[in-house]
Ligand binder design. Structure first.
Ligand code: HEM
Length: 339
């Protein structure tokens, strides 16, 4: 009898452990809960503002799109290593999203990895609505599947993941995005349009400036600026005092609206021009005027996206949506259920 009781207790304990294990995973995500989480995210992005040189902007829009990408390098897992220099500048967004996740108990709804991916999607959606005075808004439609698993130490990790080299050439970048995200060169051209949002900072990556004038607006402006014939692009080193950390970038010296201060990384410029940077990122063939370098093999793509915002948004949605599923088989991720 005593034996029976002990066996019965063991079976009972096993059942409890099994049920607990099930509820630690997420069994279902309804459209209602998804909409609720998206609203929390977009409210946070719209209500968080910052100013620089008298200009108001919404740092979490760009930060979330970048965080969605960075969390998926090596597999989307809700874990970021803020000590990796390639993640410099992500801390504000990372902290704000983690606060919201804890405060609103979103852990009851989805994993942190799903939440970061959703934040990336909402960032692009909110950004597409930021253009003032625009009557018809064109928005990205990035598919959201859920079911990502968090790493055991989420939201932090000490794992050092490898990010693309901003000083590199097109071949390197194409190889990276094929290997890490299984993207085609054309899809790479589409996802780099995310650089229409936000900026690069001296105190973060060491690069300096915004890619376009309206840093909160998500559209095809990146390609229009890149292919704008009235612009004079000059390569300059933003960190000349440290030979071990060169920060060569392309600075706009003339703009059709007479504005300066926008820039392109080597990897951005390589989508349009074949500039042949050396291993330090320095270009010797056309540093004083990029237009004297030959066209890149993706230059026609840049021109296509520059002239067709809807096409850009459609291609961006597919390619970014794919990045956000990195590390998972198609059957591991699911669409939210209707009820
Ligand atoms: C060749 C590939 C890429 C390189 C080398 C690169 C590099 C960089 C660098 C150096 C910064 C500046 C960080 C700082 O100083 O704060 C940055 C910012 C940013 N990146 Fe990329 N990036 C790449 C691809 C992407 C992709 C694929 C996305 C998203 C789809 C993305 C989204 C962003 C966004 C939105 C920002 C602005 C962040 C902010 O203002 O907070 N980048 N990137």
């Amino acid at each position: 009898m005593g034996m029976m009781n002990i066996t019965g207790l063991k079976v009972f304990t096993l059942i409890i452990l099994f049920l607990n294990g099930l509820s630690a995973g997420y069994k279902c995500l309804t459209q209602t809960k998804l909409r609720y989480t998206k609203t929390l995210l977009s409210d946070l992005m719209i209500n968080t503002v910052d100013t620089e040189n008298g200009k108001i902007f919404h740092p979490l829009i760009a930060g979330s799109v970048r965080l969605g990408f960075h969390d998926c390098v090596g597999g989307c897992d809700g874990c970021i290593n803020l000590n990796n220099p390639d993640n410099a500048g992500l801390d504000t967004t990372f902290n704000a999203l983690n606060d919201l996740y804890a405060r609103e108990r979103i852990d009851r709804i989805m994993s942190r990895a799903d939440f970061f991916a959703l934040a990336g999607i909402v960032g692009a959606e909110v950004g597409s609505k930021m253009k003032s005075g625009q009557s018809q808004v064109q928005s990205p439609r990035i598919p959201f599947h859920w079911g990502r698993r968090d790493c055991p130490t989420s939201p932090i990790t000490t794992e050092m993941r490898v990010f693309p080299n901003a000083l590199g050439n097109l071949t390197e970048t194409v190889d990276y995005f094929r290997r890490v995200f299984d993207l085609t060169p054309e899809q790479l051209a589409a996802v780099l349009g995310a650089h229409t949002l936000g900026d690069a900072r001296k105190d973060a990556s060491g690069f300096d400036g915004e890619w376009v004038i309206e840093r909160d607006v998500f559209d095809n402006d990146f390609y229009r600026v890149l292919s704008d014939k009235t612009q004079l692009w000059v390569q300059e080193n933003e960190n000349p005092d440290d030979p071990n950390k060169p920060r060569w970038q392309w600075n706009a010296k003339k703009h059709r609206e007479g504005k300066e201060g926008i820039m392109m990384l080597n990897t951005d410029m390589e989508l349009f021009k074949n500039t042949a940077p050396n291993s330090d990122g320095r270009v010797t063939s056309c540093p004083a005027d990029v237009s004297t370098c030959p066209s890149s093999r993706l230059a026609d793509r840049v021109k296509l996206y520059a002239s067709d915002n809807a096409k850009f948004l459609a291609d961006f949605s597919v390619a970014y949506g794919k990045m956000l599923t990195t590390g998972y088989k198609s059957w591991e991720l699911r669409y939210p259920s209707l009820y």
